[in-house]
Design a protein around this ligand. Structure first.
Ligand code: DX5
Ligand code: ZN
Length: 215
């Protein structure tokens, strides 16, 4: 069964308690938290105060996706705020190996995210060290965008790489995931589905999460 990670970016920011309770009582596995700095991506989202509050309100795993430059400066603060998984972008990390070791040393699971144009082959010498690869299936920065079809090829290539090396690295797909395209995404080899608009803009978010979970 896939891991379902609804994205807070599409939640009701005036009613986060309500959405946290809804997720706690759903089949969701993780809570995906998108942090944007206005430099690495053309948008600014939220930071530590929100993550700290969500950590207190949710029983789920906090999966923090950093779309920021120099993530190493803040890794410890994200741990303190309550991150269980911390994902950094390969494009933002000239010293990715160091960043990954730092995250794991702080007691979090470490993820690396790839933008749509970044080839999976760049992971060859880091894949053994990471717990999860997040393939961006939209250009990061905003919720509610269209899934980029080439992501399916990237999932297949990444799955091969992981299998060839005998690893158990999780593959997370982030952006434009719907009930319609999720079966193909899972069939290609994905383990974790991030879903923002698909969950929060649906009439019955808990039923939508259950439907994704049962795929
Ligand atoms: C995009 C974020 C995503 C976003 C997904 O930059 O990383 O996590 O919240 O939203 P949807 O599922 O609406 O595309
Ligand atoms: Zn994300």
């Amino acid at each position: 069964m896939p891991i379902i990670a609804p994205s807070l970016l599409s939640a009701d920011f005036l009613n986060l308690q309500k959405d946290c309770t809804m997720l706690n009582e759903s089949d969701a596995d993780w809570f995906h938290l998108d942090v944007m700095d206005g430099s690495f991506v053309p948008n600014i989202s939220f930071g530590f105060p929100i993550i700290e509050k969500v950590r207190k309100a949710t029983t789920k795993i906090c999966d923090v996706h950093l779309m920021i430059l120099e993530p190493g400066k803040y890794a410890e603060a994200f741990k303190k705020a309550g991150a269980d998984i911390l994902t950094v972008h390969i494009e933002a990390c000239p010293h990715l190996h160091r960043n990954i070791q730092q995250i794991k040393g702080l007691g979090m699971r470490a993820g690396v995210a790839l933008n749509p144009h970044t080839p999976v082959s760049l992971l060859l010498d880091i894949i053994d060290d990471v717990d999860m690869v997040c393939l961006m299936s939209v250009n990061p920065g905003f919720g509610g965008q269209q899934f980029i079809p080439n992501t399916i090829n990237k999932i297949r290539a990444l799955k091969h790489l992981i299998k060839d090396k005998g690893l158990h690295t999780l593959i997370e797909i982030d952006g434009g995931v719907t009930l319609e395209n999720a079966p193909a995404i899972l069939h290609a080899g994905a383990d974790v589905l991030v879903a923002g608009n698909t969950v929060f803009k649906s009439d019955d978010p808990q039923a939508t999460i259950a439907a994704l979970k049962s795929l």
